[in-house]
Design a protein around this ligand. Sequence first.
Ligand code: CP
Length: 338
Amino acid sequence: MALPKSFTPFQIKDKLAETGLRGKNFEFLTDYTREQLQSLFEAGEMLEPYWRSKLNLMEGKVLATLFFQPSTRTRFSTEVAMLRLGGSVLSESNPTTSSSTAKGESLSDYLRTVSYYADIIALRHPNENEVFPALPGARVPVISGGWGNVTHPTQGLLDVYTIYRALGRFEDVKVMIASSDLSRARSGHSFALGLATMGAELVYVGTSVNPIPQLVMDKIKATGAKVTVYNDLTSEEYMDCMAEVDACYLPGCSVPKNDPEARAAFMDLIKPFYITLEGLEKIKKKTGKVVGIMHSLPRNDVEFDYAIDDSEFQLYFRQIGFSIPIRMALIAGMVGVD
Ligand code: CP
């Protein structure tokens, strides 16, 4: 038997080093190669046994979460990931009123200052045009917890990881991303960038009045992935499209609650995209395929039938479980383990 030198038990630190994440910001999934993301997924799998318990990979390290927009999942999941790794968390969930940004401190100075307290920062912010110029202020790696309308890479990461764990491959995998407002679908676009990097095929279904941001489309095209865009489909055409894919992703509605006019427009345009349990069962009967329904959550009752919650088609709550080990891998990869 001729065995290579690399024939040794897996070590998490080697897998994390392969990700190339150490010391870098996490802004877009296309900033990483297919091999790097694959290593990250493998590190996530190695950390899965600890997502409900603890190990001491990040003991003595501190995560600061600075969330300028509301969040349940992204902030808690990132924080619990650090706690499960044995690290500590500083949580700022309302910086516009309770941090010194309320006194006019710039985002750049805020990031520079917090870098003295923390080893890694997770930042959610409504405006990517404010974030990008401020990032050099940070002296520690920054995770995007969602910036403006264009990027929510850790959501995309956990969604791609869910596909990886559900199907075990990306080859011959076709995923639909559907929204009546693709101009604001940052989680859907991050998912698309991750899938495109991994070699899956994309189908976007949207409306001609709210197109995909050019920045996102340029990044997808640069991966060489196959992508098809359909606009203004009827319900029937939409379900025909659905029968062709392995999973359908709904990025939800990013229109703020204090903009009732824009929310009403979203709710109106989404009507043809409503997914019923009956429709999914019909597809299964015809094709034998169980089309997984994914959603970044929170959801709106105009998007799909809540009867899907307790069916085999439901992936949206299962995604939350996978968010923890993959964010554990991300944090440990970005901070680094010696
Ligand atoms: N999916 C997502 O970003 O959820 P939160 O807004 O609750 O973080």
